[in-house]
Ligand binder design. Structure first.
Ligand code: 5AD
Ligand code: SF4
Length: 472
């Protein structure tokens, strides 16, 4: 899914740092919760739903662990390392609990779903285990846990979309907001744990999506990121109007809110992204020209083992189509090295498809077998770890060159940039993003505010960042 940071090769960091919520109105509340999120943007969006449910119950958000009555960790299971990170963090929380025995610790999200009640045996100081479709039951579960019982709800749902819950924005920059448009996934890629942790795919009511985007715009946001595991298979039946709303139609509805509101989306499955979506992107300037199109492997035999349902040639034709309909569109990818039985030649196919696609950015991982997945049941995880890592290093080095070349192609060009705020490295410089999702850093003129649009000419670049100056 779309990342807010620069090129990353590792798990959790892929979607930015774990974060704790902004302590807005801290003193208004008698009880406080602290929440940390790991994994994909979907998980971060879910934490904002959880925050809303907790606030309704009279819990205020805090950044301060010592002040918390409730600590939640929203977890990711996608790779083994993601789970290890969560376990490590739990040991910190358990220390806090020893000093404050009334404190409740809850595990949310994908790891809760994967491990279910087993979590409570493995991690004795955890009080609540709540899966991604069970957040509405949090008030009852907290009550149960307050009486000293362990509380678990990991039921998956075929309907839950939390459509009616207005997320409480946590740690937001006030410029760009996540909007979840669907949940779950029906794809069954053989390496992936998501269908097991997030259940069947379901689309959220389009009217509630548009209303949430409108509310963000009214609050001063200038970018919405429509989120789903597979956004291109979004479809919602509007019975009143007897109309099926496809993803292309939804994109259009959101784009029409205001030309000043940018629209991004993530993630697209190459098999599902349609010409209709590409033409809709071309039609509206405020739909960002950036597509995250995970290839996973560049070899057709491996793609078949992965159950990706496309071939190398089919993927390449999709890239051609994007370049034809949307010249200058940014394309990024996810890549897995060392999948079961992958040969050196097949690994070279992945390198070749990266060159062909000229990715601006990739998220690259070595294969990590996940219990219960199709691949774990059907295939042997037979590529030695050193080989997986060496192939990963090769892919990372190649992407480094491709990213640099992509940035060099932008030298001398001027981009419309949505200003996000001060750059991390130098507060005298500010940063924003181009439509193509590239970070651009530039000297801050007096009076510049975040959420403004400026035109920036690119004068220099590194592998990860464009450097420029504002043009009148
Ligand atoms: N091992 C390594 N990477 C994985 N991904 C998903 N499952 C695994 C796994 N078992 C990667 C894919 C996916 C991204 C979100 O994480 O590249 O697109
Ligand atoms: Fe991690 Fe996937 Fe769950 Fe997101 S959906 S938190 S990436 S396992």
């Amino acid at each position: 899914m779309l990342d807010l940071s620069t090129q990353k090769i590792q798990d959790e960091s892929r979607q930015g740092e774990a974060y704790a919520p902004f302590a807005n109105d801290e003193n208004l509340y008698k009880k406080h919760f602290y929440i940390e999120s790991y994994g994909c943007q979907m998980n971060f969006a879910d934490s904002e739903i959880v925050a809303s449910i907790l606030q309704e119950q009279g819990f205020g958000a805090t950044r301060n662990l010592e002040k918390a009555d409730l600590i939640f960790i929203n977890t990711c299971s996608i790779r083994e390392k993601a789970e290890q990170t969560v376990r490590k963090r739990l040991t910190d929380f358990k220390k806090v609990k020893k000093a404050n025995p009334g404190l409740l610790i809850g595990v949310l999200g994908c790891m809760a779903e994967r491990l279910k009640a087993k979590f409570l045996e493995e991690e004795k100081l955890v009080d609540l285990v709540v899966g991604p479709d069970a957040y509405r039951s949090l008030p009852a579960l907290i009550e149960e846990a307050e009486t000293g019982q362990k509380a678990v709800n990991v039921l998956l749902s075929r309907e839950e979309t939390y459509a009616d819950i207005a997320p409480v924005r946590l740690d937001s920059n006030g410029v760009s907001g996540f909007v979840s448009i669907m949940r779950g996934c029906n794809n069954m890629c053989s390496f992936c744990v998501v269908p097991f942790t997030r259940g069947r795919e379901r689309s959220r009511d389009a009217a509630s999506i548009v209303a949430e985007c409108e509310a963000l715009y009214q609050d001063g946001y200038r970018e919405v990121v429509l989120l789903g595991q597979n956004v291109d298979s979004y479809h919602f039946l509007n019975e009143a109007a007897d109309e099926t709303i496809t993803f292309a139609r939804l994109l259009e509805k959101v784009a029409l809110i205001s030309p000043e509101l940018r629209v991004r989306f993530s993630t697209s499955h190459p098999k599902d992204i349609t010409d209709e979506v590409l033409y809709t992107m071309a039609k509206y300037e405020n739909i960002c020209k950036y597509i995250h199109l995970p290839v996973q492997s560049g070899n057709s035999r491996i793609l078949q083992l992965m159950n990706r349902t496309y071939t190398r040639e089919w993927y390449m034709a999709k890239v051609d189509r994007i370049r034809e309909i949307l010249p200058g569109c940014g394309i990024s990818s996810d890549i897995i090295t060392g999948f079961c039985t992958e040969t050196e030649e097949e690994h070279q196919d992945t390198m070749r498809i990266m060159e062909y696609s000229r990715y601006d950015l990739s998220y690259m991982f070595f294969y990590s077998e996940r219990p219960g997945t199709l691949a774990a049941r059907r295939y042997t995880d037979d590529i030695p770890l050193e080989t997986k890592k060496r192939r990963l290093a090769e892919v990372v080095a190649l992407q480094g060159r491709l990213s640099r070349e992509s940035n060099e192609r932008d030298l001398g060009k001027t981009f419309q940039v949505l200003v996000e705020g001060p750059s991390k490295k130098n507060p005298l410089e500010w940063m924003g993003r181009s439509s193509q999702n590239k970070v651009i850093v530039f000297p801050k003129p007096d009076g510049l505010q975040k959420a403004q649009y400026v035109n920036v000419e690119v004068t220099d670049c590194t592998q990860a960042t464009l450097i420029g100056k504002i043009r009148p």
